[in-house]
Design a protein around this ligand. Structure first.
Ligand code: PMP
Length: 449
């Protein structure tokens, strides 16, 4: 009985049919189309805590968490209340609000390690794509150089310069790049293998005086989770400095999720090995910082950030930048994300990754688990992939039956093997039990593939 559901009488399949007639591929972001796992994407109508509910009234334990933002859980009552209060006072002013400054201060404070924060100033934007696009424009403007270094399998949003050999949906759909990007733009991005310092040294030896910046996911999580080799991020900062280039640490996905102060915080405090002495020049944030609303940010050293308009010559703007509803959601989420939240997320990541691995082992499926703070994913490869080439070599075909068997049992995993599994503080023991109970069935389906 779907009475009261906002489905217009259509089930998931009919919704998808209808959507495809008016929306390209029926989706507003490609990975949602189930391209690599096949089958009918679910159309959701509501969410609460650990669960999402589809148009047919089926409830799923969710391990997508809106691709990261839902750190606490879906529709956290306190976050929703703060957004409702903000909405009642006005949806958008196109002018400054006190809450924007509060959010910038809160981000700066969250990242203080040993008395200093890598974020001295912060500019709010609406998407992670805008944040990284702004960061590279800023780096080019500040250095007066053109070239950009990125790593294969890393996804930094869909701006022209950053789509070469990107992860996320391009990995899922096995696309080397996007059509519609000029050859001139593509030629300004050097794509290197991840975790390969020799390749970085060689690129800087050859082009060092023309490189504006190296951009890197703080810990890669768009080709599955692939953590940096200890010392890799620190070495990038050192090499960039030696050549007068900047290091942009993309924490859109990892920020305030991998750990309290993001992946950088885990390295800076020595919680994970990597080096406590390095500081990125610029950082980008998204997802959790907006608490489920469209909000992202670029931050860093004040002298660099002051190159942005209106102080400096690097232009950047946004009608809805610092939107009051989005800022309210971000502030409420970060304030609620205390040490207990991260302890729970780590416990969940421990349990789910251990149980998934045990189920796959019992079914005789070759696999490895990779972990980056609270983030993890499973690769169908004996050795944990260290770069994109290795990530692509896994038995990815085993994921579709694994995914669909979980879905049939009411667990919503990311619809691609190249994505992280996102835990939420709202995953209680009941939710955990449903996940753990479903895993052996999914593992057997993967074995049969
Ligand atoms: N950087 C990283 C590391 C990301 O994971 C993403 C999105 N998954 C982005 C940038 C782009 O963010 P958005 O989708 O908000 O544009």
């Amino acid at each position: 009985d779907n009475a009261g559901l906002d489905n217009g009488g259509l089930d998931n399949a009919a919704q998808f049919e209808r959507a495809q007639r008016v929306i390209p591929g029926g989706v507003n972001s490609p990975v949602r189309a189930f391209g690599s796992v096949g089958g009918t994407p679910r159309f959701f109508v509501s969410s609460r805590g650990a669960t999402v509910t589809d148009v047919e009234g089926r409830e799923y334990i969710d391990l997508v968490a809106s691709w990261g933002p839902a750190l606490l859980g879906h529709a956290h009552p306190e976050v929703v209340a703060r957004v409702q209060e903000a909405a009642a006072k006005g949806l958008s002013f196109g002018a400054s609000t006190p809450a924007e400054t509060e959010l910038a201060e809160l981000v700066r404070e969250r990242l203080v390690v040993n008395g200093a924060s890598p974020v001295e100033k912060l500019r709010l934007v609406s998407t992670g794509t805008e944040a990284t696009m702004t960061a590279i424009r800023l780096a080019r403007g500040a250095t007066g150089r053109d070239l950009l270094v990125k790593f294969a399998g890393h996804y930094h949003g869909h701006s022209d310069s950053l789509l070469a050999e990107a992860g996320s949906g391009l990995a899922t759909l096995a696309l080397p790049a996007s059509a519609g990007i000029t050859a001139a733009t593509a030629a300004q991005t050097l794509v290197l293998p991840y975790n390969d310092l020799a390749a970085v040294d060689a690129a800087f030896a050859e082009h060092g005086d023309r490189i504006a910046a190296v951009i890197v996911e703080a810990a890669a999580a768009n080709m599955g989770v692939v953590p940096p080799m200890p010392g890799f991020n620190a070495a990038l900062v050192r090499i960039a400095r030696e050549h007068g280039a900047l290091m942009i640490l993309d924490e859109v996905l990892t920020g305030f999720r991998a750990g309290r102060a993001g992946w950088w915080g885990l390295e800076a405090t020595g919680e994970v090995p990597g080096g406590t002495e390095w500081t990125p020049d610029l950082m980008t944030f998204g997802k959790v910082v907006g608490g489920g609303m469209p909000l992202a940010a670029v931050g860093g050293r004040a002298d660099l950030m002051d190159h942005l308009s209106p102080l400096g010559p690097v232009y950047q703007a946004g009608t809805l930048s610092g939107n009051p509803l989005a800022v309210a959601a971000g502030l409420a989420t970060l304030r609620l994300a205390d040490a207990a939240v991260y302890a729970r997320l780590n416990e969940l990541a421990d349990t789910i990754s251990r149980e998934a691995s045990a189920a796959l082992s019992a079914a005789g499926v070759t696999h490895s688990v990779q972990r980056a703070g609270t983030l993890f994913s499973i690769a169908f490869a004996e050795q944990p992939p260290r770069d994109y080439a290795e990530a692509k070599q896994q038995e990815a075909f085993r994921y579709a039956p694994f995914f669909h068997t979980m879905l049939e049992q009411g667990v919503n995993l990311p619809p691609s093997v190249f994505e992280a599994w996102f835990v939420m503080a709202a995953h209680d023991d009941v939710a955990l039990e449903r996940i753990v109970t479903a895993l052996p069935h999914a593992a057997r389906a993967a074995a049969a593939a």
